[in-house]
Write a protein that binds this ligand. Structure first.
Ligand code: NAP
Length: 242
């Protein structure tokens, strides 16, 4: 079965990806940074069902920690078949208030991490002439978000990484795609109050907020597919149609 690294697998979308791919039989390394308890709980809950996954603490915004994570994977496995760059943070603030530290934190966590991770797993994928990289970007990278400028920039950058790498790595049979979620029920959106949620639902053709499983279904399809690369697939209930 194929070997998968999911960054930011301790909560939200990453947790859902880990749990469902593990149940499908994929070998998983769940990367986490701060949420050790949650990561261990996911590991233990799966173990109770006879499913073994590995967990590995690494701040993926740091090159040295990414190196350790990928080395850990290559010590366990002969190859890394699938990389899901999912780790991310968001910060709501007026652009005028953005400090250089804010900029660096968001860009490094959301975008530079995908650069480090992709570069680190590429040799293994090129060697095998097979691979799948999925970048979890965002609708805000496509249309821009007021008060989340740096976040939007980081996600637009991810989509550009997807398109460029798809061209560069296609000849090595490595597919690179983005999933650009709309609003999905996770901790990241815990600050959105019910009134705003209702407004979002009203503006969404499918009339609902997304669930983490919606992102898993798209990721699974991209993993199974053999002729899709360089695409930004937006899973958003029709909230953004571009
Ligand atoms: P979440 O519930 O806040 O979870 C974020 C995950 O990222 C956590 O597992 C966290 O791990 C991990 N993470 C953050 N910084 C990290 C770092 N430096 N190194 C390693 N892991 C790190 O968020 P989510 O909603 O699931 O978001 C997952 C991805 O989807 C993000 O890239 C986000 O931008 C994107 N997205 C989400 C939505 C949405 O509506 N929820 C919409 C569009 C795009 P620890 O807690 O262990 O640090």
């Amino acid at each position: 079965m194929k070997n998968v690294i999911v960054t930011g697998g301790s909560r939200g979308i990453g947790k859902c990806l880990v749990e469902n791919l593990a149940k499908e039989g994929y070998n998983i390394i769940l990367n986490y940074n701060k949420s050790e308890k949650q990561a261990k709980k996911i590991q233990n809950d799966l173990k109770e069902n006879g499913i073994i996954i590995e967990i590995f603490k690494a701040d993926v915004s740091k090159k040295e920690e990414v190196k350790k994570l990928v080395n850990f994977a290559l010590e366990k496995w002969e190859s890394i078949d699938i990389l899901i760059n999912n780790a991310g943070i968001a910060k709501l603030q007026m652009f005028q208030d953005v400090t250089e530290e804010d900029w660096d934190e968001i860009i490094n966590t959301n975008l530079k991490s995908a650069f480090y991770m992709s570069q680190a797993v590429m040799p293994s994928m090129i060697h095998k002439k097979s691979g799948c990289i999925i970048n979890i970007s965002s609708i805000w990278g496509i249309v821009g978000a007021s008060c989340e400028t740096v976040y939007s920039i980081s996600k637009a950058g991810m989509d550009a990484l997807t398109k460029s790498l798809a061209k560069e790595l296609g000849p090595s049979n490595i597919r690179v795609n983005s999933i650009a979620p709309g609003v999905i029920e996770t901790d990241m959106n815990s600050n959105i109050d019910e009134k705003i949620k209702q407004e979002i639902k009203n503006e969404t053709p499918l009339g609902k907020i997304g669930k983490t499983i919606d992102i898993y279904r798209c990721a699974k399809w991209l993993i199974d597919d053999e002729f899709t690369t360089g695409q930004v697939i937006s899973v958003n209930g029709g909230y953004v149609i571009s």
